[in-house]
Design a protein around this ligand. Structure first.
Ligand code: NAD
Length: 262
């Protein structure tokens, strides 16, 4: 299936590694020009080179800390200078893992800036070009923690829910302009970060890393973690011409872990 993304310009945030990077690569494979972004220039330069070599598409990069308003503004300026985004995939780093009583007031403000305000600020700057063109796709990468809170990540459980509200609100406001807005909720996805968590658990419980991953995914009906690419394929579809009648949806990519109908 041709996703109809050839020549479109896509911004993917938090994309030097993990799920964000896989999303950038999936879009580039479909012929989109891609802008990747994260805090680390060296990692971005490397990732841009590798994605471009693997896909043959143009990959631009711009360093930005999503918690910095100034960085977010200059990222939006960069996107404008590159031609304005047709596709915006919002991904972030995760907030500090902690139980509720281990969090400080600063942690809450930081999570709010990282998970919500960066999405709000970038959407405000990028959506007007999509409205003008009468075509746009926005996909917010969140977490299954929206549907089923995960122990020990209180900040994520609470603040990410606001993104589901953002998806629904924007879907209503932007649908008349053919700008479609959806969210993806990954379950356990085998990125470097999750591999590190598995390694820590393996040490703690004196088991192999494979066994630690097996225990982490024991409640997942398909019996394994996702690869970052498996999340990225869903994101790329939602970002595409082929998803032209999908808006306001929150799609779990979790191997069947969340059984709730709503
Ligand atoms: P990761 O740690 O592998 O990658 C995170 C990316 O975000 C990196 O490119 C990093 O440089 C960038 N980043 C971090 N903080 C940033 C900041 N302040 N400004 C700009 N860039 C920043 O993470 P991942 O496993 O790919 O997860 C991506 C997102 O999806 C996270 O928010 C995570 O909580 C969420 N998520 C992950 C899983 C999973 O199992 N991996 C499951 C559900 C949700």
């Amino acid at each position: 299936m041709d996703l109809g993304l050839r020549g479109k310009l896509a911004l993917v945030t938090a994309s030097s590694r993990g799920i964000g990077r896989a999303c950038a690569e999936a879009l580039a494979r479909e012929g989109a020009r891609v802008i990747i972004s994260s805090r680390d220039e060296g990692a971005l330069r490397r990732a841009a080179r590798e994605i471009s070599a693997a896909t043959g598409s143009e990959v631009l990069w711009k360093a930005a800390d999503l918690t910095s308003r100034a960085d977010v503004e200059s990222l939006a300026d960069f996107v404008g200078e590159a031609g304005g985004a047709d596709v915006f995939v919002f991904n972030t780093g995760g907030p500090r893992p902690a139980r509720f009583f281990e969090t400080s007031e600063e942690d809450w403000y930081h999570a709010f800036e990282l998970l919500l305000m960066s999405a709000v600020r970038l959407t405000r700057r990028l959506a007007p070009t999509m409205i003008e063109r009468g075509w746009g796709r926005i996909v917010y990468v969140t977490s299954v923690a929206i549907r089923q809170p995960i122990p020990d990540i209180a900040l994520s459980n609470v603040v990410r829910i606001s993104l589901a509200g953002l998806v629904k609100t924007l879907a209503l406001e932007l649908a008349p302009h053919n700008v479609l807005v959806n969210g993806v909720m990954p379950g356990i996805t085998l990125t470097d970060r999750v591999r590190q968590l598995a390694e820590a658990r393996a040490q703690r419980e004196e088991i192999t890393v494979e066994e630690a991953i097996r225990r982490m995914t024991s409640g997942v009906p398909v019996g394994r973690a996702a690869s970052p690419e498996e999340v990225a394929w869903v994101v790329a579809f939602l970002a595409s011409e082929r998803a032209s009648y999908v808006t306001g949806a929150m799609i779990p990519v979790d191997g069947g872990r969340i059984l709730s109908v709503f």
